[in-house]
Design a protein around this ligand. Structure first.
Ligand SMILES: NC(=O)c1ccc[n+]([C@@H]2O[C@H](COP(=O)([O-])OP(=O)(O)OC[C@H]3O[C@@H](n4cnc5c(N)ncnc54)[C@H](OP(=O)(O)O)[C@@H]3O)[C@@H](O)[C@H]2O)c1
Length: 336
């Protein structure tokens, strides 16, 4: 049981072991490993546990916390809890932190609580700031493309978010290459500091290599932050011997069900684990290192249910170099 704490003094050497990468050609640097608040910051997790996660992260140079309006459970709770943490412990360190949030999925009922209208995005940002107890977020994302709203309207709302001082930078999430290219042209015309794409990318999921996002972001000088870099825990040693009772599949299977653990998937995980062991890494470390090895990804956005996982994930930075044979073998196993 953790003792109640009213004050927090971050570790003095917190920046020593972290790498900071520039978001594309922008001025903003992000830690190579960021912390996601999608899971473990809602009503299921004790406050003291959340506090231990963020203290561990910040003490080891993770300066970037990633949220969205709908993270929970219940929707909004992750922002509320992050707000409590920031206002209780990080007030003096706000300028050492990058706080991101998003809008684009259903947040409230009726026609104005979802997708990509100006009406929804700007109202949602105000609600997020209220829950977070902040005057501004560092990055405000459109969470997913909305084919029914003109791209000009959605990008115009992002421009207003910046002009109003409620966001410093903007990002796009789950866009593909061609839509990113169109969006960038509009945002350039509006002089909006659009700096980063947030997409799912991991050893198993290569969508952004196929839909043009990775190539386009690199060409346009935009950053990429990769979500679910551990495939929600599958690309770790978590499930090698069954489903642990404290794992995401067992405790909160809203988005990761045991049906994902097919015999074929488990075999792939075992073979990838063998490569990691031969490299002197855990599978989690190798999976994160793999994402960073070609220098295109700015930051890997990992979740964590335990402080130790955060430390393990930062350990990935000790070796992000792969031989051609290792890369080929990882492709052969993961893409079959
Ligand atoms: N833009 C979007 O549409 C979108 C979508 C999804 C997520 N995201 C963002 O991306 C973040 C990360 O997503 P994610 O949680 O799916 O990421 P992930 O890093 O792929 O999975 C995190 C889970 O993996 C396990 N884990 C983490 N480190 C481990 C380690 N060292 N050893 C063993 N197991 C480890 C933990 O699961 P256990 O609970 O089993 O311990 C943890 O909760 C989210 O929090 C959110 O900020 C964005």
């Amino acid at each position: 049981m953790l003792e109640p704490t009213t004050t927090y003094t971050p570790a003095a050497g917190r920046y020593d072991a972290m790498t900071y990468n520039r978001c594309g050609e922008s001025g903003l640097k992000l830690p190579a490993v960021s912390l996601g608040f999608w899971h473990n910051f809602g009503i299921l997790t004790p406050f003291e546990h959340m506090r231990a996660l963020v203290f561990t992260a910040f003490d080891h140079g993770i300066t970037h916390f990633d949220l969205a309006n709908n993270y929970g459970p219940e929707p909004g709770e992750a922002e509320r809890n992050c707000g409590r943490l920031i206002n209780r412990y990080f007030k003096a360190y706000r300028d050492e932190l990058v706080v991101s949030t998003k809008a684009g999925y259903e947040m409230w009922t009726g026609p104005y609580g979802d997708h990509g209208s100006r009406k929804y995005l700007l109202a949602s940002l105000d609600q997020s700031l209220e829950r977070l107890g902040l005057d501004y977020v560092d990055i405000f994302y459109h969470h997913r493309p909305d084919p029914e709203t003109p791209l000009e309207e959605t990008m115009g709302a992002l421009a207003t978010a910046v002009q109003s001082g409620k966001a410093l930078y903007v990002g796009l999430s789950n866009y593909d290459g061609p839509t990113l290219e169109r969006a960038t042209a509009i945002l350039d015309e509006l002089h909006v500091p659009f700096i980063i794409n947030q997409n799912r990318y991991n050893i198993f999921d290569r969508t952004i290599e196929r839909n043009g996002l990775k190539e386009t972001a690199k060409r346009l000088g935009k950053g990429i932050i990769t979500f679910s870099p551990l495939a929600q825990g599958l690309l770790t040693n978590r499930y090698l011997d069954g489903v642990p009772s404290d794992s995401r599949i067992a405790l909160d299977p809203r988005f990761l069900k045991d049906s994902a653990l097919t015999p074929e998937r488990l075999q792939q995980i075992r073979e990838l684990n063998d490569i990691a062991i031969a490299r002197g890494q855990t599978l989690a470390e190798m999976s994160l290192a793999w994402l960073l090895h070609d220098g295109v990804v700015t930051s890997v956005l990992a979740g964590a249910s335990k402080p130790q996982q955060i430390l393990d994930n930062i350990g990935a930075l000790k070796n992000t170099t792969f031989s051609a044979e290792e890369l080929t073998r990882i492709d052969e196993i993961s893409q079959r």
